[in-house]
Ligand binder design. Structure first.
Ligand SMILES: *Cc1c(COP(=O)(O)O)cnc(C)c1O
Length: 356
């Protein structure tokens, strides 16, 4: 447990939305809890940390973030179990990744004590916003953006870091149908694909929309050079089970190092499963469909946790995965992760942070 050292002032809302909030009808990312954490960077230092009612930001039309996209974010979740205990899953990894993103985008790093204490105090204050039914959680969105009122292309000198939270249900209700994308790219070597920078997501919308028009939920991205190797699926890492081996592309400058991905690989290795992190050709996946050796395919990410893939579209054909109920590995891992997150299974790797 991290002890309070910073004394972040809290201004409580006088108009809580909680009494009017419908927890039976949760839409991802649409509703926000009563409070947020905010801190500003000015003259080379972080100042004015505060927890205040959720409200609009006052933004100048010349704000650097609007013009050149110095903006990075994180995604994590708080869970509540049946005993009412509140847990965060691997929050320090999100903290580290936020700063990895900040460095790549030429932004100041957020100090660990500020990040952790702002986060914990906010979750404590808004703990009644954490839904506790199966699959539900409080989605947490930390983000950092440039605020200089200046439209020259240069790193901003001022920034704001904030954390907002949003009650969330299950992300995908059904298995996803994905299309292998062979003309557009998400990330290039030397680019920003390995960090959670806003521009990665803006650029992905148009190709994703075109796939949706063809009846797919999302894309499987391929490498920018040859479009032969699998990278990620939408905003998730992608994993396959072929001949009982768990395979996934290695993290690189084009593939984001997902915390869920790492948790899945770690548990699979604990269970003695053979795990391979290596380049995967689309041809290898198609070949496995033809031979009937592919038994599982899924995306991993904080928002979705484990998203089963039902079909893979490639070159005008749809390849069908086995029925979701028959998939031993992804179902087992999904259940185990859920239990660990709710502190209902041993936490061998010290992933869970309980909040008083
Ligand atoms: C956030 C994200 C993931 C998943 O990361 P987690 O830490 O598991 O939530 C995977 N790919 C991309 C591109 C992402 O932005």
């Amino acid at each position: 447990m991290i002890e309070s050292t910073l004394n972040i002032p809290i201004e409580k809302t006088l108009n809580s939305k909680l009494p009017f909030f419908d927890f039976n009808n949760l839409q991802f990312g649409k509703n926000f809890s009563d409070h947020m954490f905010v801190i500003d960077f000015e003259n080379g230092e972080w100042k004015n940390a505060r927890i205040i009612p959720y409200q609009r930001f006052d933004l100048s039309p010349s704000s650097a973030v609007i013009h050149y996209g110095q903006s990075v974010f994180e995604g994590m979740k708080a869970y509540k179990n049946e005993s009412g205990e509140v847990m965060l899953f691997r929050p320090t990894d999100n903290f580290k990744r936020l700063n990895k993103s900040a460095i790549r985008m030429c932004m100041p790093e957020v100090p660990e004590d500020l990040f952790m204490e702002g986060l914990i105090k906010l979750i404590q204050l808004d703990s009644d916003w954490i839904p506790s039914k199966a699959g539900q959680s409080l989605y947490i969105r930390p983000f950092l953006f440039a605020t200089d009122e200046f439209i020259g292309v240069k790193p901003s000198e001022t920034y704001r870091f904030a954390i907002i939270t949003s009650p969330a249900g299950a992300y995908y209700s059904e298995p996803v149908k994905v299309l292998v994308e062979t003309s557009y790219t998400r990330a290039v070597e030397g680019g920003i694909g390995y960090v959670k920078a806003a521009g990665n997501y803006g650029r992905s919308l148009y190709p994703a929309k075109k796939a949706q028009e063809l009846g797919y939920h999302q894309l499987i991205w391929t490498d920018a050079t040859e479009h032969k190797y699998i990278e990620e699926s939408g905003t998730m890492n992608v994993l396959f089970v072929i001949n009982d081996v768990l395979i996934t592309p290695p993290v690189s400058t084009t593939i984001l190092a997902g915390i869920t991905r790492d948790s899945v690989l770690t548990l699979a290795r604990d269970w003695g499963m053979k795990v391979e992190e290596r380049k995967i050709k689309i041809d290898e996946i198609i070949d496995a469909f033809e031979k009937g050796t592919i038994s599982d395919a899924f995306g991993t990410g904080t928002a979705a946790t484990i998203a089963h893939i039902s079909h893979i579209g490639y070159n005008g054909s749809d390849y069908l995965l086995p029925e979701v109920q028959t998939r031993k590995f992804s179902n087992k891992i999904k259940e185990e992760l859920q239990k660990i997150r709710l502190a209902q299974a041993p936490d061998k790797h010290n992933w869970v942070l309980k909040i008083k």
